[in-house]
Design a protein around this ligand. Structure first.
Ligand code: B12
Length: 291
């Protein structure tokens, strides 16, 4: 991805004239920095924000260093769009899967909507295959990797503000799920957090220590596989107790989460979706931002 663009490059990328683009910059519709010589430069994250907000069509993604997009995806990720994603993931068509997800994002869709919708449902359907399809496990592992590649690509075009609050998270010991915790990190990045994802199989003590070292405002725990209710409850209890000392809020979620883990623990919140995680992050950011 190209970190800084000239007005001419962005103009070409979205198929408008350079003079229009310079005018929008001078009117403050698009934020630019200046080179030592006084030339306008547009950070990639600002270019992406502008494209999303104005529904501009990215006709030349290559100028931004982005791969080919699925321009027909500029509509809502409706049922047929979800089926297309499922098809690409099942067939191992990585560039098409990434292009489709990126196109949805660039057309203004929010990440929680994409992860709670098409990505989750595609992975659910793929996860049903291994019982009766000898290639099911191969397809599931490959599809998981493709989803992760797509999320990492999204992270490279989202800007983290300098004064971002910090978040730390992962999946607990015993849980091999890497996708949901990466989705959480990606959503938090889009919500303006500096998110550190420790990935699957992270011991509760490591999460607590990382939260302390990073001075985290938010800790997330993502549970994909059933690790046993007692183990989960004890782990969350230990974690929430350690977090009280560093003033971090804990949000626990994932398809195998038990809502009872938050009982009697005011610094623990249970969420079921990426939309809930985003809402929680927004609330926390508002509460922690000085007036
Ligand atoms: C991918 C996957 C794996 C991969 C994980 C690899 C990877 N790189 O991530 C691998 C292949 C390793 C795997 C292994 C196993 N798996 Co598995 N796996 C899945 C699968 C297909 C997809 C899960 C996924 O990542 N989905 C995509 C994410 C984005 O969606 P999500 O998990 O639903 O999360 C959403 C919400 O829960 C929420 N959310 C998630 N995290 C968080 C966090 C917060 C804070 C919040 C607020 C919200 C939130 O937002 C997300 C988006 O909407 C599911 C099928 C399914 N129905 O989900 C089975 C599934 C979870 N696996 C299952 C099983 C049985 C296994 C195995 C035991 C199989 C085996 N016999 O070996 C093993 C071992 C698991 C272990 N001990 O850890 C069962 C679980 C049953 C259970 N009761 O736990 C499932 C449901 C499949 C099935 N239908 O039977 N698995």
């Amino acid at each position: 991805v190209k970190p800084l663009l000239s007005p001419r490059e962005l103009a070409q990328a979205i198929g408008v004239s350079e003079s229009s683009l310079k005018r929008w910059a001078d009117d403050g519709l698009i934020h630019v920095s200046r080179t030592a010589g006084g030339h306008r430069r547009i950070p990639i994250a600002e270019a992406i924000r502008f494209i999303r907000d104005t529904h501009a069509v990215l006709v030349r993604p290559d100028i931004l260093g982005l791969p080919e997009l699925d321009l027909s995806a500029q509509t809502a990720p409706d049922e047929s769009g979800s089926d297309r994603l499922l098809g690409f993931l099942q067939d191992g068509r990585g560039s098409e899967a990434r292009g489709l997800i990126l196109s949805w994002y660039l057309s203004g869709r929010d990440l929680p909507e994409l992860f709670d919708g098409p990505m989750r449902s595609a992975m659910e359907r793929i996860g049903q295959r291994w019982t009766d399809d000898p290639d099911g496990i191969f397809i599931e592992h490959r599809a998981s990797s493709l989803c992760m590649e797509s999320m990492i690509q999204l992270q490279t075009i989202i800007e983290t503000p300098h004064d971002a609050l910090r978040a730390v998270g992962g999946a607990p010991s015993g849980d091999t799920g890497a996708l949901a915790t990466l989705a959480a990190a990606t959503v938090l990045t889009a919500e303006g957090f500096h998110a550190v994802n420790l990935g699957p199989q992270t011991p509760y003590e490591t999460l607590a220590r990382a939260a302390q070292l990073q001075d985290a405002a938010l800790v997330w725990l993502s549970i994909t596989h059933d690790i046993g209710p007692d183990e989960l409850r004890t782990g969350v209890e230990t974690l929430s107790r350690s977090l009280q000392n560093c003033n971090a809020r804990l949000i626990v979620g994932g398809r195998a989460v038990d809502p009872l883990v938050a009982k009697g623990r005011p610094n623990v919140h249970v969420g079921r979706s990426m939309a809930e995680l985003a809402a929680f992050a927004k609330g926390l950011r508002l509460a922690r931002t000085p007036a």
